[in-house]
Design a protein around this ligand. Structure first.
Ligand code: HEC
Length: 105
């Protein structure tokens, strides 16, 4: 019987998958711009200056001071007048939108 591989070997074997996962998390701001334009700009403004009372101004960073994962959950589930995008945009697309929102100033 051979000894089980040491832990570091297992960790090393998993590394490419972990790196691929991290890369997949980062959104594409260019794709996000389009999606934001068709889904969000009507209330939040294409430049992030909101056109609807009560909607955060993303150009001032309002609502953006938190990790992408939190924003993803918030956009998926919606909040009051901000519609839920679960089933309308994929998580991938929402992360693209988040990446775009982070370019607004
Ligand atoms: C119909 C108008 C409307 C549309 C369309 C809309 N929002 Fe909103 N959004 C709002 C309003 C109003 C709020 C403030 C909600 C509150 O805090 O009560 C808000 C809040 C938010 C917040 C902060 C939520 C929080 O957890 O504090 C985020 C992030 C957000 N919207 C992202 C988006 C994105 C991304 C889109 C497009 C995919 C979008 N919204 C589309 C009106 C809208």
């Amino acid at each position: 019987m051979t000894a089980p591989p040491p832990v570091w070997k297992i960790a090393l074997a998993a590394l490419p998958a972990l790196l691929a996962c991290a890369a997949a998390q980062a959104g594409d701001a260019n794709k996000g711009r389009q999606l934001y334009g068709s889904h969000c700009a009507i209330c939040h403004g294409q430049t992030g200056r909101s056109t609807m009372a009560g909607a955060p101004h993303f150009d001032r960073g309002e609502g953006l001071l938190r990790p992408d994962a939190d924003l993803l959950a918030s956009i998926r589930n919606g909040k009051n007048a901000s519609p839920a995008y679960r089933g309308i945009l994929s998580d991938r697309e929402i992360l693209d939108v988040v990446a775009f929102m982070r370019t607004l100033q």
